[in-house]
Design a protein around this ligand. Structure first.
Ligand code: F6P
Ligand code: MG
Length: 473
């Protein structure tokens, strides 16, 4: 069911696949070992401690195999049906080694294999080796979170005050609404610039710089493809045609922490503006690509926002304390919390995990592997895919010519699928489609763009694409 265009391989020296396998993954596994080591250190139950140590050994073995270019070994069955898919594909691919294997498959395998260490244990089921890191990075997003909470509340008040009584023409109202929609979407898009699997190369200061409103304005010119107007038109049309009916928007989530926070900002905005009546959020079933959202991350985020003062001022691991939040800052964050909790309670904000999202293949396989999910997404007015990995999965992480239309590169998710797809992606991998002719060449010529050596401009999250497919004929 996959396209014929070849995928990126970890043996492609000129691609980010190779950098990932050689440099990033060992660092990520080391981080996982450190985390578990710390937790094991504070466990009293001897049996649990011993088991924790044996998981550390398994992680170390995995790192050894990766660094010594050993074969990927079949996954141990932990009772979930996806294991068979992983193992079957491993065999079909001829039991490859770590440094010569399709990037997409092997990176998914890496996280799925780590999960088996915990799911097959007695005492460590459900343990998330990345949870600590996710939370502490969210904490370091404090300036951006406070800035956005304040901005969001202002807008909500403006919208309330302005409803129907400010003498603007319908065209002006529409224009203003469109601008606001773009602002919300851009906030949501750039929230993806900083995922934790890239943290191996970014400092917290870099992250804070990337998250502020200033950064967003300067980044607007970095959106290489921008189909936001088409998405707005879809939602607006649905609102006028189904005024009182259900109008659902789906968000296939990417990272937790700050990115999830901005996803919820967008969700809250769409619901309040009447551009959707229900938002369905799709998290991952297991810890995934370091920072992806699991259902627990969703509830953890809400829990931290109940009492932002306690969360943001608690001393961190190194004992460093933080200044108190002002009363206004606290109430801005609580405003968001109350709105989101209300939407959640009213069933307008729904979290719906599905095992398909953590299978190793691309979304070209969705109609065959997860037909019920595929059908369910047809019920949505718009399905928003967040982030780089979702984009790689939509396009099968294949080495497309960059001028290939997005609708072609997403295959069965494209024309005639009945699914309206919108991808919000900051580029952190080689695959990119839908670019005007000559654009890739131009970007490669920029400093650090990669030239004839590769598409390095597309690795850092500095550039973005917002692509739409209407799923019709
Ligand atoms: O490019 C680095 C990388 O870890 C890719 O392997 C992966 O596709 C991506 O980042 C994860 O980013 P995101 O969280 O945006 O999907
Ligand atoms: Mg991610």
């Amino acid at each position: 069911f996959d396209p014929k265009t070849p995928q990126y391989l970890t043996s492609d020296k000129s691609s980010f696949a190779s950098v990932s396998a050689h440099e990033r993954w060992p660092v990520i596994i080391t981080g996982a070992i450190d985390d578990l080591h710390r937790t094991v250190g504070s466990v009293n139950d001897e049996e649990k401690r011993q088991e924790g140590k044996s998981i550390i050994e398994k992680l170390a073995t995995l790192k050894y195999e990766l660094q010594h270019d050993r074969q990927l070994t079949p996954l141990t069955d932990d009772g979930h049906p996806d294991i068979a898919q992983y193992n079957q594909e491993l065999q079909q691919r001829g039991n490859p080694t770590w440094h010569n294997v399709p990037w997409l498959y092997s990176e998914c395998y890496l996280y799925r294999r780590i999960e088996t260490f915990f799911s097959l244990s007695q005492h460590w089921k459900g343990y998330d080796v990345f949870a600590r890191q996710k939370m502490s990075t969210f904490k370091s997003s404090r300036p951006a979170v406070l800035e956005l909470a304040s901005r969001y509340r202002e807008l909500a008040h403006e919208a309330e005050a302005g409803k129907g009584q400010d003498g603007r023409s319908p065209a002006e109202v529409e224009q203003a609404e469109k601008l606001l929609f773009s602002e919300m979407c851009e906030i949501c898009l750039w929230g993806n610039a900083t995922d934790l699997s890239l943290l191996t190369s970014l400092t917290y200061e870099d992250i804070q710089k990337l998250q502020g409103s200033q950064a967003r304005q300067t980044s607007q010119k970095n959106i290489l493809v921008n189909d936001l107007d088409a998405a707005f038109a879809v939602l607006q049309k649905a609102r006028s045609e189904k005024k009182d009916g259900e109008r659902r928007v789906d968000i296939v989530l990417d990272n937790s922490g700050f990115e999830l926070f901005v996803d919820l900002i967008l969700a809250g905005y769409l619901l309040s503006a009447g551009l959707a009546t229900t938002i369905v959020l799709h998290p991952k079933r297991l810890p995934w690509f370091v920072s992806d959202v699991t259902p627990k991350d969703f509830s953890d985020l809400l829990n931290t926002l109940v009492d932002p003062q306690a969360f943001y001022t608690a001393p961190d691991d190194s004992g460093k304390t933080h200044p108190a939040l002002s009363d206004k800052e606290v109430s801005d964050v609580q405003f968001l919390f109350e709105q989101w909790s209300q939407f959640h309670q009213d069933g307008q904000l729904i979290v719906r995990p599905h095992q398909f999202w953590t299978t190793p293949g691309s979304y070209w396989r969705m109609p065959h592997l997860a037909p019920e999910l595929f059908d369910d997404l047809k019920e949505s007015e718009l399905v928003l895919f967040k982030g780089d990995l979702n984009y790689r999965k939509l396009t099968n992480d294949a080495a497309w010519d960059p001028t290939t239309p997005f609708t072609t590169a997403i295959g069965p998710m494209g024309p005639k699928s009945g699914i309206r797809v919108m991808a919000f992606r900051t580029c952190k991998a080689d695959t990119v489609v839908g670019l005007p002719a000559g654009e890739d060449e131009k970007l490669r010529q920029m400093p650090g763009g990669g030239g004839s050596e590769g598409r390095k401009w597309a690795w850092s999250g500095k550039w973005a694409v917002v692509s739409f497919s209407d799923g019709q004929a």
